[in-house]
Design a protein around this ligand. Structure first.
Ligand SMILES: [Zn+2]
Length: 336
């Protein structure tokens, strides 16, 4: 059997005929294996969903308890049989519960890594190298210009700014799942013990992280009643960046806008978004992490899913690894 007979793209998503399942399908299917809870990968409406316990919990929080007909939780490292293939989940280091999915059939091993990073993240299990024949990789930041600095140093910039401008509210844009909790945990790791104010869209997921043992400290709702603007002077407020355009954000005293994303490497992008304090903190691999990971897996073949496919395919070819883009559609940048 060729690798492409074991897994190949269909309009619904990446399909495994001998196992009769899809990985991160973008349309409702009979059986879906889900790598992690970001909305472009974890969609509601499948008959059966197999994922880590955390991903199932996150899907229930985001999509409601009836997000699938039936669910089955996979412990990391456990192997199960689906049709003629064996499947196991392994940590991806992307967000809480995120997993790579190893598909094995007659000695052939394909790893669908979903989204992943190698940098340290105190809010989720660290990426595990899974040796394989074919490695399926994302390519969100697959250009040599993308090199993520140490996230702790970026958080240091935020703390310094909050000290320097004690009269201004610091509004930090961060994706609701993963990035927001990572930013808060990094603040605590640097000794920040004041309350952190959070937008309502982040509350339930942050509570869930807490319930899973990821301590985020004193979190308070970032709600502004008329006339109490002073309360937020010098405060750090974490919110989805989409909320910055809302009336909600204008109520804070002289807000200083920050955004935690790998895209903040591109100054123009920060400027266009009106971001005064860009923080380069990404939950995706940068160029060095992508290329190192491909080497680490020992894969002789790489399939590239979403992002800047061309550069990564080219790098593989130059390094004697056969590679091709899968041209999967429907995956955006949630959680970058
Ligand atoms: Zn993701």
């Amino acid at each position: 059997m060729r690798a492409s007979d074991l897994l190949h793209p269909r309009p619904e998503g990446l399909y495994c005929p001998p196992g009769d399942f899809y990985i991160d399908p973008v349309r409702p299917v009979e059986r879906a294996l889900i790598t992690h809870g970001h909305s472009d990968h974890a969609r509601p409406g499948h008959a059966k969903v197999l994922a880590t316990r955390e991903t199932l919990d996150i899907m229930a929080i985001r999509c409601g308890p009836d997000f699938a007909g039936a669910t089955q939780a996979m412990a990391l490292g456990d192997r199960i049989r689906l049709g003629d293939v064996t499947v196991s989940f392994h940590p991806a280091g992307h967000v809480l519960g995120s997993a790579q999915i190893l598909v094995e059939h007659n000695g052939m091993r394909i790893v669908a890594s979903g989204d992943y990073k190698r940098a340290t993240d105190p809010t989720c299990a660290a990426f595990e190298v899974v040796p394989c024949d074919v490695f399926i990789s994302e390519a969100t930041f697959a250009l040599p210009v993308f090199r993520h600095p140490d996230a702790a140093d970026e958080i240091g910039k935020l703390l310094k700014s909050a000290q320097q401008f004690p009269e201004r509210a610091h509004l930090v844009g961060a994706y609701a799942l993963g990035k927001a909790q990572r930013v808060m945990r990094l603040l605590r790791d640097q000794g920040y013990d004041r309350p952190i104010y959070i937008h309502g869209a982040i509350a339930r997921l942050s509570e869930y992280y807490e319930s899973q043992g990821i301590k985020l400290g004193n979190l308070q709702p970032a709600t502004v009643e008329d006339g109490d603007k002073r309360d937020f002077a010098g405060a750090i407020i974490v919110a989805p960046s989409s909320s910055f355009a809302d009336r909600w954000a204008r109520r804070f005293p002289d807000p200083l806008t920050s955004f935690a994303s790998g895209w903040m490497r591109i100054r123009q992008r920060a400027r266009q978004g009106g971001v005064e304090l860009p923080l380069i903190i990404s939950d995706h691999s940068d160029w060095d992490e992508l290329t190192a990971t491909i080497r680490d897996t020992g894969a002789g073949e790489v399939w590239v899913t979403h992002g800047r496919e061309e550069a990564l395919v080219r790098w593989c070819e130059l390094n004697g690894i056969s590679a091709r883009p899968l041209h999967l559609v429907g995956y955006e940048d949630e959680g970058d």
